[in-house]
Design a binder for this molecule. Structure first.
Ligand code: THU
Length: 137
């Protein structure tokens, strides 16, 4: 997998961020098992809690296009450092990704990035296998 390609796409997606409240832009680029890339940016709202992070925008966009299997995501924020995905985004990624192999590329720039697995970011994640309805699995 080309980390650079994913990072460049995350940085470009950041340009579309709608962040009039925080002025903090974030971009993400999500790689599917089939090799396609879906991007996302943060989309804020006057009712702050309605804000959607860049990572979730990318996941929801991909799922809406029929993709459900992902292998990596690159994230780039305006912090001039590695931007760790928020807890809600980690949980959303855990729904569709293999914790041990899914790679999260925390990209400060094309040359400066850190790669961690989703398992490292969200150990012991609650997933569908842990979900029980009316005593059945
Ligand atoms: N944000 C993201 O897009 N992704 C993250 O993982 C962390 C936070 C956005 C949400 C909000 O628009 C802004 O950054 C400040 O929290």
């Amino acid at each position: 997998m080309e980390y650079q390609d994913l990072i460049v796409k995350a940085m470009k997606a950041k340009e579309f961020a709608y962040a009039p409240y925080s002025h903090f832009r974030v971009g993400a680029a999500l790689l599917t098992k089939s090799g396609r890339i879906y991007t996302g940016c943060n989309v804020e709202n006057a009712s702050f809690s309605a804000t959607n992070c860049a990572e979730r925008t990318a996941v929801f966009t991909a799922v809406a296009q029929g993709e459900q299997e992902f292998t990596a995501i690159a994230v780039n924020g305006d912090n001039g450092n590695y931007l760790p995905p928020c807890g809600i985004c980690r949980q959303v990624l855990a729904e569709f990704c293999d914790l041990k192999t899914f790679q999260v590329i925390l990209a400060n720039s094309e040359q400066d990035y850190r790669v961690v697995t989703l398992a490292e970011l969200l150990p012991g994640a609650f997933q569908s296998k842990d979900f029980v309805v009316n005593g059945t699995t």
